[in-house]
Design a protein around this ligand. Structure first.
Ligand code: TLP
Length: 343
């Protein structure tokens, strides 16, 4: 029985083409800047996002941390959303490792931060207070139904931040999903931010890795920050090779995963007792209404018995994430399993 793994798009295995490219990859010592495959991936990523330079890092968490360590010094403050991955799920790395204080602003249901909240969060010039340095945004917004932030919103937020002397970092772990959801070039979504992290290892199917992109000076400093957190890899070309294939073959196809997520949402909405959230990319949240006699844990277990894996989250919310390895047939199997599981 094929396991239909909807827990995350992080579970994606590399494609046969990626494995071939990894096997064949030309390598060198990347800490000396001598890995030709890493260098190629970094040039490709920068070009694709319309930034001057890029840096290959181990993970999205490391990419965000490296960017924050580069923008902020100890005692500086970064404005973050209360539902953001950086604030919730990165062990408070900015504070733990960088001495950076998070100032938390509520995320709106569409993943935005209200501009008046951002403005109110910025500190004045006062010896009592930390210095406000950075605004962090997330696109698509994982915990806000995978909603994409529009280019217009990002431009407005960045303009405000810049006018107040702040820089802007974008957690664009799923930025290609955002571009597909909005039908725009990814460059438009990142044009106004000073740095952006995106993941190769989620919907783009690479086994490992994320990219930090920004200006050439920023990336030169970020390279130092990556080294101090132990992220200086050596013959990393074997990993970067999969990233090259991810950018060439996967970045433009993620819209197919969105169509599967929409079909899943439609089918779930027809099941009595299932309340489905909005779906605009590859992430779908749903909950069980009171009429369902099974607990969320029991439903997760009943699905697992039928070969369907999903995450049960806080307040009985479930999350399903579609990706390259989820077929139309898998979605129908998931719906059939769900009908049985909630009975
Ligand atoms: N998200 C994972 C889990 O950590 C929750 C997932 O399954 O969605 N930014 C965003 C918006 C993310 O969703 C994630 C991973 C990261 C950063 C961190 O990336 P990794 O896992 O590569 O460190």
């Amino acid at each position: 029985m094929k396991i239909v793994d909807l827990r995350s798009d992080t579970v994606t295995h590399p494609t046969p083409e990626m494995r071939g490219a990894m096997y064949e990859a030309e390598v060198g010592d990347d800490v000396f800047g001598e890995d030709p495959t890493v260098n190629r991936l970094e040039r490709m990523a920068a070009e694709r996002l319309g930034k001057e330079a890029a840096l290959f890092v181990v993970s999205g968490t490391m990419g965000n941390l490296v960017a924050l360590l580069t923008h902020c010094g100890r005692g500086d403050e970064a404005i973050v959303g209360d539902r953001s991955h950086t604030y919730l799920f990165e062990q408070g790395g900015m504070a733990a490792l960088g001495g950076i204080t998070p100032w938390v602003v509520p995320n709106q249901p569409d993943g935005t931060l209200r501009l008046q909240d951002v403005e109110a969060a910025v500190r004045g010039d006062d010896a009592h207070m930390p210095r406000s340095r950075l605004l962090c945004l997330e696109n698509t917004h994982n915990m806000c139904d995978g909603t994409p932030l529009t280019a217009e919103y990002t431009a407005q937020a960045a303009e405000l931040a810049h006018s107040l002397g702040l820089r802007v970092h974008l957690d664009g772990a799923r930025i290609f999903n955002a571009a597909a959801a909005l039908g725009v070039d990814v460059r438009e979504l990142v044009r106004d931010v000073d740095s952006v992290m995106f993941c190769l290892s989620k919907g783009l199917c690479a086994p490992v890795g994320s990219m930090v992109c920004g200006g050439a000076d920023f990336i030169a400093q970020a390279r130092r920050s990556r080294k101090v957190v132990g992220g200086g890899m050596r013959q990393a070309g074997v990993l970067a090779a999969a990233g090259v294939v991810a950018l060439e073959r996967m970045a433009d196809r993620v819209g197919e995963d969105h169509a599967r997520a929409r079909r899943l949402a439609e089918g779930l909405a027809e099941i009595p007792g299932v309340e489905v959230g909005p779906v605009s990319s590859n992430i779908l949240y749903f909950a069980l209404m009171e009429q369902v006699r099974r607990t969320p844990d029991e439903v997760v277990e009943a699905l697992a018995e039928r070969g369907i894996l999903m995450l049960g989250r806080e307040h009985g919310r479930f999350r399903a994430v579609t990706h390259y390895w989820i077929t139309a047939e898998d979605i129908e199997r998931t719906l059939a399993a769900m009908r049985e599981a909630v009975q």
